[in-house]
Write a new protein. Sequence first.
Length: 198
Amino acid sequence: MTEALIVIDIQNDFCPGGALGVDGGDTLIPGVNARMADFGAVILTQDWHPAGHASFASSHPGAKPMDVFEMPYGPQILWPDHCVQGSRGARFHADLDTDRADMIIRKGYSPALDSYSAFFENDHQTPTGLHGYLRTRGINAVTLVGLALDFCVNFSAVDAARLGYDVRVETALCRGIDAHGSMDAALAGMRAAGATLI
Ligand code: VGL
Ligand code: ZN
């Protein structure tokens, strides 16, 4: 049975110096690269927003980054502009071993809808296609690493568990943002969904 390593959003904008830099976000890269050899499949995700994306504070007059905004699909934290399609910030960190990836899945490209999860956009209904890919490859166990632990890793882990995958999150190979108490909520939510945190 093939088990997949899913590497979430190790992109320049989520590393120190980036538009939404996560503390220590680059320090986990050697460990992530080393872990790739242990899996039968390696999948990378890439946050990939059009300019003027609805998750950007700059798209809402008067709003500031980290404000919470009511979207048609529920409350959403507004972010600084980040991971704009084709920009340097959207590229994978240069130290990440992208050659080992079988599949790169982009998300967050719908202008009016954010997508934290590698499986569904933030309406929790629009699929990214990753579930079909994993199913057709016979993969039913996934290990998640990457950025940010309390957003994209968290949403991906919860969705994967709901979809019936055996889910592990290697927290030593993740770093978080921690906005509005999101870290504690994420750890509790992932455990409640049935993910194993190691
Ligand atoms: C992410 C906030 C906005 C993430 C992506 O990768 O965790 N966080 N877009
Ligand atoms: Zn984003």
